[in-house]
Design a protein around this ligand. Structure first.
Ligand SMILES: [Zn+2]
Length: 415
């Protein structure tokens, strides 16, 4: 390693420290962003930090990726929930989390909260599957806010495979925030600090009406996939690819929307405000769509910064659920039996002679076994897996065929 340049380091420290001196709350906690629940609780819709470097999406870059056949449109995103509660408050049920997954799947498929197709809404191709849940009773973490010690500690303790999993934390953030997220191009992306935090009262059927249909998670995941607020930059009418939200089919907005007005036009030069867009600040029932431009931006950003999405197909190899169908892969890859104790046979097929590996990881992403790692002819193959020395629990087995996207299956060891 080179000897560090002390002057440069000191300057860097100063640059980093300067914004931190301002109270973190000032970024979002102002009267313009203030909202109220039906019960009168003051709320701020979003604490995502948009102050970092702006990342444009270059059409040339999209064209190149498409030409190379590397442009993934959408993909299945494994979601690991972390329920942080305090005593009797906030320990939401698995059913609540499942309902949130369903809402995200609908919203990202161009459907409303009830599953009805919304005319003109983008079907983004992103789907979500719950792969696990942790539950932690912590009064301190329960009240965490962005950029503070409790957030850092909670995420460091709880994050699961942040380089291949979306971690969503539910809690009751301090300073009345409904949620926040880490951008794909943030230095925190892929680290334990990555992910999305939402107020538990914003889950479907949560107590924070009219912010309790699950729209908060849809909004924050939009940030996680690279979208800015539709009102970013106000009425700045420069080129749509260099100003505002860097998306060309969302009209500029002078202000964030409050409630669900029948019409709003703060920047007449660009068209009516996109008050029904998931990336505005409207109430949940007002939210109905992402645009095609936002879909393209998400795909381009994800291809560059979260390329594991779309490459990794997750499916539940055991239960009767149709996750495998959702994954859209025809590859045979399963464990028989599953669940198993302690031995199972892994069956898979390859379409051509190729180098193949089959590895098993625990839920923390640690390698526990390499079952295959060699050249194989095309056809059907099997490998035996013995979990004698392993603890009961969920494991991920990953099939990699050189030149193809990896395939992931969940297997359960029940002792
Ligand atoms: Zn936001």
């Amino acid at each position: 390693m080179n000897k560090p340049n002390v002057a440069v380091l000191a300057l860097a420290a100063l640059l980093v420290a300067a914004p931190a001196l301002a109270r973190p709350a000032e970024r979002w906690a102002n009267s313009e962003n203030e909202r109220k629940s039906d019960a009168g609780e003051i709320l701020y819709r979003c604490g995502t930090d948009e102050t970092g470097p702006r990342v444009p999406v270059l059409q040339a870059q999209i064209d190149r990726l498409m030409a190379e056949g590397r442009f993934q449109a959408g993909g299945q995103i494994p979601v690991y929930f972390h329920v942080i509660y305090s005593g009797s408050e906030g320990n939401v049920s698995d059913a609540d989390l499942d309902a949130q997954i369903l809402v995200m799947n609908r919203n990202y498929a161009g459907r409303d909260y009830n599953g009805n197709v919304v005319s003109g809404a983008a079907n983004t191709g992103y789907t979500f599957v719950k792969v696990g849940t942790s539950r932690t009773n912590s009064r301190k973490w329960f009240k965490m806010t962005p950029g503070t010690g409790p957030e850092s500690q909670a995420k460091n303790a709880l994050a699961v495979s942040p380089g291949s999993t979306l971690n969503i934390y539910t809690c009751k953030p301090g300073q009345n925030l409904l949620g926040w997220a880490v951008f794909p191009f943030s230095s925190q992306a892929g680290t334990n600090q990555d992910g999305v935090v939402i107020h538990y009262g914003s889950l479907p059927n949560g107590y924070l009406s009219p912010y309790n249909l699950g729209g908060t998670a849809t909004h924050e995941v939009g940030h996680y996939l690279g979208l800015y607020h539709t009102f970013q930059g106000g009425c700045d009418t420069g080129s749509c690819s260099t100003s505002g939200d860097l998306v060309c089919d969302t009209p500029a907005q002078g202000t964030a929307t409050s409630g669900c007005p029948s019409g709003k036009d703060t920047c007449p030069a660009t068209g009516l405000d996109p008050i029904h867009n998931y990336m505005d600040y409207s109430t949940d029932i007002c939210y109905t769509n992402f645009t095609a431009g936002q879909d393209t931006r998400m795909n381009a950003v994800v291809n560059q910064y979260r390329s594991w999405i779309g490459n990794v197909r997750v499916a539940n190899g055991g239960s009767g659920q149709n996750a495998r169908d959702l994954a859209g892969t025809a590859t045979t890859f399963r464990a028989v039996p599953n669940p198993f104790n302690p031995r199972t046979k892994i069956e898979f097929s390859t379409r051509a002679a190729a180098h193949v590996s089959v590895r098993v990881f625990d839920i923390q992403g640690r390698l526990v076994a390499t079952l295959v790692d060699r050249n194989l002819e095309a056809g059907s193959h099997t490998a035996d897996f013995d979990g004698e020395r392993l603890a009961s629990g969920v494991y991920m087995m990953v099939l990699r065929v050189r030149g193809e996207a990896p395939v992931v299956r969940r297997i359960s060891l029940l002792k």
